[in-house]
Design a binder for this molecule. Structure first.
Ligand SMILES: NC(=O)c1ccc[n+]([C@@H]2O[C@H](COP(=O)([O-])OP(=O)(O)OC[C@H]3O[C@@H](n4cnc5c(N)ncnc54)[C@H](OP(=O)(O)O)[C@@H]3O)[C@@H](O)[C@H]2O)c1
Length: 319
């Protein structure tokens, strides 16, 4: 009996593998708009899709990002200056895209732009600390998507949202997890809304990868600044050696968790854009597949116990 079940599972996997191999035709006629192309996944995805023959429209935060990408890619690739927190910038980018795609419509938007600081225990923060990141990571995703949705409906295309495993579990304070949970919610409701129009909505939930958002120096500097502005009673709660313990944890644990193979994420993004039968969700990274996602299905008490083993605890900790 066990062997029959095993054979059935293997057959289902083989069937899925074959089904997912098929790619969409006429790539050069398909326009793909990607946000946050200056660095990291977005930059690599722009280059990769360009090399596969797609017509990439790369949204770049900086002029330098635009110049470097243009030099590295074919003439099919165009760039647009884009700040996803600025409505005017989004509107101008949409106008350029509308002219470029014409009657074909837009094949895909990849909502990739994101930031990761400030991240710290919630009692260190004020509401303004939440606003900027939520504006980039969540409101930016919604605003960019809505701005090009009519063009995507025209092409019966795709919306690809880059969330995170931290849209499933929330092991640290600050706006990052809040924003990524929001992306998941927007993604899921949009998927249900758009199915009637032949538009697919796909979500990428990467684990830890080595990019600017996980840069230890950036994260350490940001948390150090937040520490320095804390009132003395909160510092006392956490202990005078708290920052030293955070730095040790970053050096000894966090850095070792980072996967340097960004293509694991970019291949998932490419599949979401180009496969005839894309997956609804992608979880690139071993940590995502074997730790964070299983953790997200566990009872809260077990998940909390597992997570709290590895966090840097305040001095007054009662656990
Ligand atoms: N790396 C990971 O482990 C990981 C895991 C899960 C999810 N993610 C998500 O993956 C996405 C890409 O991040 P990444 O890891 O590739 O890091 P990254 O290299 O920092 O890429 C983020 C990009 O977004 C751009 N950006 C920042 N603010 C912007 C704004 N207001 N408007 C437009 N663009 C803006 C950045 O430009 P500048 O470089 O000029 O600032 C950068 O090019 C993010 O949504 C992130 O949350 C990353």
């Amino acid at each position: 009996m066990f062997l029959y079940i095993l054979a059935l599972v293997v057959l289902l996997y083989i069937y899925r593998w074959f089904r997912e191999l098929k790619r969409v035709p006429n790539k050069s006629e398909k326009y793909v708009y990607i946000t946050g192309c200056d660095s990291g996944f977005g930059n690599l995805l722009a280059r990769h899709l360009d090399s596969l023959g797609f017509s990439v429209i790369a949204g770049c935060y900086t002029e330098k990002g635009e110049d470097e990408l243009k030099k590295a890619c074919s003439t099919r690739l165009s760039t647009v200056p884009l700040d996803v927190t600025n409505n005017d910038s989004i509107r101008k980018a949409t106008e350029i895209i509308r002219k470029l795609v014409g009657e074909r419509g837009l094949w895909a938007v990849v909502n990739n732009a994101g930031v990761s600081v400030p991240s710290a225990p919630n009692d260190w923060l004020v509401i303004d600390d939440f606003m900027h990141m939520i504006n980039v990571n969540l409101n930016g995703v919604i605003a960019v998507t809505l701005s090009v949705l009519p063009l995507i409906k025209k092409a019966k295309g795709r919306v690809v949202n880059v969330a995170s495993v931290f849209g499933r579990v929330s092991p640290f304070g600050g706006p990052y997890c809040v924003s990524k949970y929001g992306v998941e919610a927007f993604n899921d409701s949009l998927r249900m809304n758009m199915v009637h129009f032949g538009v697919k909505v796909l979500c990428i939930e990467p684990g830890f990868f080595k990019t600017s958002v996980t840069d230890t120096k950036l994260l350490e500097n940001s948390i150090q600044k937040l520490w320095e502005r804390l009132p003395q009673d909160v510092k006392n709660d956490y202990g005078s050696d708290y920052m030293d313990r955070v730095k040790v944890m970053m050096k000894e644990k966090f850095v070792k968790m980072l996967d340097g193979d960004l293509m694991k994420v970019v291949s998932c993004m490419e599949h979401a854009v180009s496969a005839v039968h894309p997956r609804t969700r992608y979880s690139p990274g071993w940590d995502a597949k074997f730790f964070w996602l299983p953790l997200s299905y566990m009872p809260t008490c077990i998940a909390d116990a597992l997570l709290s083993k590895n966090v840097v605890k305040p001095k007054v900790a009662s656990l």
